[in-house]
Design a protein around this ligand. Structure first.
Ligand code: ADP
Ligand code: MG
Length: 150
């Protein structure tokens, strides 16, 4: 796998990076969004979902755990696994059904067991910087060459 760092100084940079990811998504992919509270995981997921063509609100899934966007050309599920107390609970949510033929955007992926072992996983860890955020990107083999930074 490949590891890259990039700087996301403001919300505009977040939206541009989200749009770049959206353009390159394929069925079966996972975008694993790591980083502490307020790091920007939902902000980046929102940028991706909007760039995929969703025009309505993009609520944080922190309470519902899963938000489904199945009217998009490439169906998408946005999850926040923070409140899971055991990875097995991810299966009880019907995660595999939601993922079939589509894309998973996962906040707190480790609470669901983690996805980094999957070839289609793009892991993004967001960190606070003095100005904006830094993203550490680790790409599974399916992602190599798909993004300008990889
Ligand atoms: P998380 O889902 O990781 O808890 P959120 O995306 O909900 O975080 O919130 C992050 C906050 O930080 C939001 O208020 C957002 O406007 C802000 N933010 C996100 N990305 C950036 C950035 N690149 N630069 C500056 N502020 C950002
Ligand atoms: Mg969030």
């Amino acid at each position: 796998s490949v590891r890259q760092e990039l700087l996301l100084p403001d919300l505009a940079a977040m939206e541009a990076w989200g749009a770049q990811i959206a353009q390159n998504l394929r069925a079966g992919d996972v975008v694993a969004l790591e980083g502490g509270l307020g790091a920007g995981k939902t902000t980046l997921a929102r940028a991706i979902i909007r760039a995929m063509g969703h025009e309505g609100e993009v609520p944080s899934p922190s309470f519902a755990i899963i938000e489904v966007y199945d009217a998009l050309p490439l169906p998408l599920v946005h999850a926040d696994f923070y409140r899971l107390s055991h990875p097995a609970e991810a299966e009880e949510l019907g995660l595999e059904d939601y993922r079939a033929g589509g894309v998973l955007l996962a906040e707190w992926p480790t609470h669901a067991g983690g996805f980094a072992h999957e070839a289609g996983c793009l892991s993004i860890t967001l960190e606070f910087m003095e100005d904006g955020r830094r993203a550490i990107v680790e790409a599974g083999e399916d992602w190599l060459g798909r993004l300008p930074c990889l």
